[in-house]
Structure formats: structure tokens, C-alpha cells
Design a protein around this ligand. Sequence first.
Ligand code: ZN
Length: 95
Amino acid sequence: MLIELIGFANAQDLRVVAVKFQGDIKGNLVSNVIGLSTKLTDAQAAQALAHEIAHRYLHHDKENTIDSPNHDEYEEQAKRCSKMLLDFLKFMKGR
Ligand SMILES: [Zn+2]
């Protein structure tokens, strides 16, 4: 699923790069670049990438979501949206 998600991200003008983050950060989105931690397995990277793609769709016009008072709400939205994206990919693979 990671390959499909990277292809999808690229098609949305998002670049995906591997990053050696400090601590346990799994991924981030800065402008048009999604960083994924080098510590992740492919399955974890797919989850993190789906999450950052979700942020891109949902919160591209919200500026800094991390320091926002709505941070928890934004995270919940990204979680739900990324689950939908991953469920859809699993569904398509099973057909
Ligand atoms: Zn997030």
C-alpha cells in the first residue's frame, strides 16, 4: 500500500521524503513535502503517509495545525480520513 500512496501523493504534487526525525515523530507535512520517519516499517509508513495526505486535504488552509487551539480536532479528522483512505486501498486490493 505504501507504493500506491506514494504514487497518489506524487500525483497531488506532494513530494515524499525519508527523514531522520528526533524522538518518535512518524511524519510531517511542510508545504508540499511529506516527511516520513526512516524508523518506520512499510506498514507504519503507509499509515503515516495516509495521515499526512489527509491533513493536506483537510487542513491545507489552516496554517500551523500543531500550535492551533483546534489541534486535537484536526488530529481526529486526519485519523478518520486516513482510515478511510487505507480501508479503500485494502478494499481495492481484495477485489
Ligand atoms: Zn496529524
